[in-house]
Design a protein around this ligand. Structure first.
Ligand SMILES: Nc1ncnc2c1ncn2[C@@H]1O[C@H](COP(=O)(O)OP(=O)(O)OP(=O)(O)O)[C@@H](O)[C@H]1O
Ligand SMILES: CC(C)(CO)[C@@H](O)C(=O)[O-]
Ligand code: BAL
Length: 286
């Protein structure tokens, strides 16, 4: 495995791959502090490409002024060991000034209701930062495929929209959520949970399953279902619900009133110091 520190090295190393159509490159963009969720993306990427490039970059432009950019977990040495063991070919770990040159003033932004709801409403400017950096990474690495996790369900939809809208020649591959044994979605930020917060964090997945169970029993009223989840979280002093919404899985249009068809249930909950997200496809036909 080779570590690439800047754009110049990247061109030198990936140049030979760009020349040969059969030498496919897969890109796995991350912000580091790797866990098994990230490694599932690497495994899928390894199985579908001649070479895997894992990027590790805590992208400052997707963090709001009061968010956790400074405290975001970082440990490059640990990440490199894990990436090497997982069969990554190249780790691209640039510094912010190499990605955002002085005077940087160009943004890629999906302007759509899709980016104004859910995390877009709670984190203004977040998706503009994500799409800008993902477009840059794809442009730099020139992969045939790029891999993203369904844990960040809205991010995936927004990236698909961007790729379609500006004709980026890359296939976006989505990978299922990897969970801890109690159902908590793996996330780098879980590291900041103490033991009682960690226990409370299992309520996220439990509440998604509870909704599916209530739907199986015939409940269809989305307001009543949302209220059940709010009640579910109110038992914990550690949890503060940000949003709970049913959405069209493709457009992310929010669903009100009775559920008419399968819907994505998405939630964001602050657990102690950490804002966690999760989602689940609610199926009506059980
Ligand atoms: N549990 C998971 N299962 C599948 N994919 C995941 C999981 N966690 C993260 N990913 C995916 O890995 C990629 C990089 O994510 P990122 O580096 O932000 O990690 P993260 O664990 O989501 O961190 P955060 O604490 O910021 O939520 C994204 O495409 C994300 O969706
Ligand atoms: C896609 C991404 C690497 C862009 O910084 C980030 O949003 C993430 O890790 O999900
Ligand atoms: N995985 C999403 C990155 C973020 O929360 O900024």
């Amino acid at each position: 495995m080779q570590v690439i520190h800047n754009k110049k090295e990247l061109c030198n190393v990936l140049g030979p791959f760009w020349q040969k159509a059969s030498h496919t490159i897969g890109l796995v963009p991350t912000m580091g502090y790797l866990h098994t969720g990230h490694l599932s993306l690497v495994e899928r990427c390894n199985s579908e490409n001649a070479c895997t490039v894992l990027s590790i970059f805590v992208n400052p432009t997707q963090f709001g002024p009061d968010e956790d950019l400074e405290t975001y977990p970082r440990d490059l040495e640990r990440d490199l060991d894990m990436a090497c063991d997982a069969g990554v070919d190249y780790v691209f770990a640039p510094q912010a000034p190499d990605i955002y040159l002085p005077g940087h003033s160009t943004w890629i932004e999906v302007v759509s209701p899709m980016t104004n709801v859910l995390c877009g409403a709670s984190r203004p400017g977040h998706f503009r930062g994500v799409t800008t950096v993902v477009a840059k990474l794809i442009h730099l690495v020139q992969p045939q495929r790029a891999y993203f996790g369904e844990k960040d369900f809205q991010q995936l939809a927004v990236i698909r929209q961007m790729v379609r809208d500006i004709n980026i020649p890359v296939e976006i591959v989505s990978c299922p959520i990897v969970r801890e044994p109690d159902g908590l979605a793996m996330s780098s930020r879980n590291k900041h949970l103490d033991s009682s917060q960690r226990e409370a964090a299992s309520l996220l997945y439990q509440s998604l399953l509870l909704v599916q169970e209530l739907v199986n029993q015939g409940q269809r009223d989305s307001d009543a279902l949302r209220q059940r989840i709010i009640d579910h979280f109110s038992i914990s002093p550690h949890c503060e619900v940000d949003y709970i919404e049913f959405a069209n899985p493709q457009t992310l249009e929010l669903q009100q009133g009775p559920l008419q068809s399968d819907a994505q249930l998405l939630l964001a909950v602050k657990v102690g110091p950490v804002r966690l997200i999760d989602n689940y496809r609610i199926i009506l036909t059980h």
